[in-house]
Design a protein around this ligand. Structure first.
Ligand code: ACM
Length: 633
């Protein structure tokens, strides 16, 4: 045997560590160890269910169908199976503590696969990982022969860091059909999200059938059709105009989606946003407002003046009247129906951005406040929130709301969703409330994710890197155990289709999923980028539109003395960037970027594009020089 020299040992270690880093699993598992050999599969696997469980059987049926789409047959028992490898899946008879409810152990060996968990939530997550170990599509040789799948032997032990790993979808600003919502849930499951926060009501549409109050959907689910920029360019509805855009979910459809989500280890948290954001509700039942005036569902026309610093004025009343007993009777019946439809622990009551102006100007509301010792609008909002909390808990549910519900004091059992940064969450933990962290600067998926020359400019930016840096537990927090987890939120003012919803959600939601699932010490952005790159092929395979802005050049403009300089960046070592600053096409024939360059004065645009293996990858950025000037910070 050859003597192992230190240099050889070094090379061996290097090889070993690169093998170890080879997986493409998102979110990264708690532990992944490569062992000897590899599993080679020609046609499929023989599936063996080790534990009696109807739920597991249903889950395996679901997965068999998914594997079939990937060209892997999991039903190999019927043929002569002398050479067939097995996929054994079971539930631990004695629960393994370190796995909790959602963890799993997955072993890949040359002769088969073993997946064990404490519950079907665990097997479900393990199967998601397994899918990611297989290629998205079977490879075919030059001769047209389907090649065997090879998976390196490995041992994966995995369990989530947080129990609440959510995504929120706003179906009010844009209505998504049942099938579209199911498609959204399918993708969530791939990345081990387990909470779907369904933002079902807002000023622009009420989306859930309530049997006791049919006008909520007869009137509230429909608005006049408008195009153009939401909140600025769209004309207000005319009184006589027919409302034709919208839709809602019947209670049967809601039950169907709830069951569909449950089969995918996803609990639905429904949101009924009150007392603010209620114009659609009030279009149906204006008697629940202070002024009781006729209203129409808002089509995205401007009705708010934003003053900055969180201050605003609603020029059309969109709040419920907290001084009216009839409002609470209404909410009692409403939340009763909601509680019956959604089996999860929590109901979300919104509570955000509620305008107190109409309350403060009304004599009857003022009387009510004086009688109840309430000093101001915040106090009245707090009174309202506490009553809603009583209603929700009377239905056997827990209440959660946006962080404004903290203002003026909050009922003990209520949980807080911190969206205006982390500070609401920190304060809530200090007061002993459970918290879900959704700080907008890290997890708002409607924010701009790439260069303004090719992306819609929203009021804020969120790059993939920033999303990846989301850490739900702040440095200084009294009781981190109270932080249930976090979630990404997709507001859909500027998102008119499911295809674009996917584009805005992925890959940033994958970054968020890794912050919520993976141990903090396993997180590494460079490694995540490589895995994300591999996942793009999977999305392409499924025909799902995702944002590949990370391939595009990042343009930074700065002054150096009197010169205007430009720096281009891209995180992938195999991507080249080519550019021109002389109004010529195509940039393939422009300069290859080697380092910062001067942008001389003149009337031209910077044109720049990324190339991989000599082929253009992603969009051409074209930025007029005067826009470049305005980018200097
Ligand atoms: C929110 O973004 N208004 C919760």
């Amino acid at each position: 045997m050859k003597k192992i020299t230190p240099i050889l040992l070094f090379l061996m270690l290097l090889t070993f560590s690169s093998v170890e880093a080879q997986h493409q699993i998102i979110p990264a598992p708690r532990s992944y160890e490569v062992s000897d050999g590899e599993l080679m599969i020609s046609q499929g696997l023989e599936l063996q269910q080790l534990s009696e469980s109807e739920e597991l059987k249903k889950q395996l049926d679901l997965f068999s169908a998914e594997f079939k789409k990937m060209g892997i047959d999991l039903d190999m028992t019927s043929i002569d199976s002398s050479g067939v490898k097995t996929l054994k899946i079971g539930l631990n008879e004695i629960a393994e503590d370190t796995l909790g409810v959602e963890g799993y152990n997955l072993v890949i060996e040359p002769n088969g696969i073993l997946l064990m968990a404490n519950s079907t939530a665990g097997t479900f997550n393990g199967l998601q990982t397994l899918k990611q170990l297989f290629p998205a599509k079977r490879e075919v040789s030059a001769e047209g022969e389907i090649l065997p799948v090879k998976i390196p032997s490995c041992i994966i032990q995995d369990a989530p860091r947080f129990g609440w790993r959510g995504l929120m979808l706003d179906v009010s600003r844009h209505f998504f059909t049942v099938d579209e919502v199911k498609a959204y849930l399918d993708q969530m499951a791939e990345f081990k999200f387990n909470v779907f926060h369904w933002h079902l009501t807002d000023d622009q549409g009420w989306r859930i059938e309530i049997k006791t109050f049919p006008k909520l959907t007869e009137v509230g689910a429909w608005r006049v059709e408008r195009h153009g920029k939401f909140g600025s360019e769209r004309a207000a509805p005319k009184k006589s105009e027919k409302a034709t855009y919208g839709g809602f979910y019947t209670q049967e459809q809601i039950k169907d989606v709830v069951a569909y989500a449950a089969e995918r280890n996803i609990t639905i948290v429904p949101e009924i946003d009150v007392p603010g954001h209620s114009m659609a509700l009030l279009a149906a039942y204006p008697q629940y407002s202070v002024n009781k005036e006729f209203k129409q569902v808002n089509p995205g026309a401007k009705f708010v003046d934003w003053y900055g610093n969180g201050k605003f004025k609603m020029n059309i009343e969109n709040t419920l009247n907290p001084a009216d007993p009839a409002v609470y009777a209404f909410l009692d019946m409403l939340f009763g129906e909601i509680a019956d439809l959604f089996p999860g622990e929590y109901i979300h009551m919104g509570g955000d951005e509620s305008y107190h102006g109409y309350w403060e100007e009304d004599a009857k509301v003022q009387d009510f406040m004086a009688k109840n010792g309430i000093e101001d609008g915040k106090g009245l909002q707090s009174y309202f929130v506490k009553r809603v909390e009583k209603i929700i808990s009377s239905k056997g549910k827990k209440m959660i709301g946006w962080d404004e519900i903290l203002e003026g004091g909050l009922a003990d059992g209520a949980a807080v969703m911190s969206w205006r940064g982390m500070k609401g969450g920190i304060e809530a933990v200090g007061l002993g409330h459970k918290v879900v962290m959704t700080p907008n600067e890290f997890v708002y998926l409607d924010f701009t994710q790439g260069d303004y020359s090719v992306e819609n400019k929203i009021y804020a930016d969120l790059s993939l890197k920033k999303a990846y840096s989301f850490e739900p537990i702040p440095d200084f927090v009294l009781d981190p155990e109270l932080i249930l987890g976090g979630q990404g939120n997709l507001w859909t003012e500027e998102i008119p289709s499911i295809s674009f919803a996917f584009y805005m959600t992925y890959p940033r939601a994958m970054a968020i999923s890794e912050s919520l699932w993976s141990p903090k010490k396993n997180k590494n952005f460079e490694d995540f980028l490589q895995r994300t790159d591999a996942h793009f092929t999977r999305f392409d395979q499924k025909g799902i539109n995702v944002a590949k802005t990370i391939y595009e050049p990042e343009v930074r403009v700065y002054n150096e003395g009197r010169k205007l300089m430009c720096e281009l960046k891209n995180p992938f070592s195999d991507i080249e960037m080519h550019y021109t600053i002389d109004n010529t096409y195509p940039v393939t024939f422009g300069k290859k970027y080697e380092g910062p360059f001067e942008l001389p004065a003149g009337n031209y645009s910077l044109r720049v594009q990324s190339f991989r293996n000599g082929k253009a990858i992603e969009r051409l950025l074209q930025i007029p020089r005067k826009d470049l000037e305005s980018r200097v910070k």
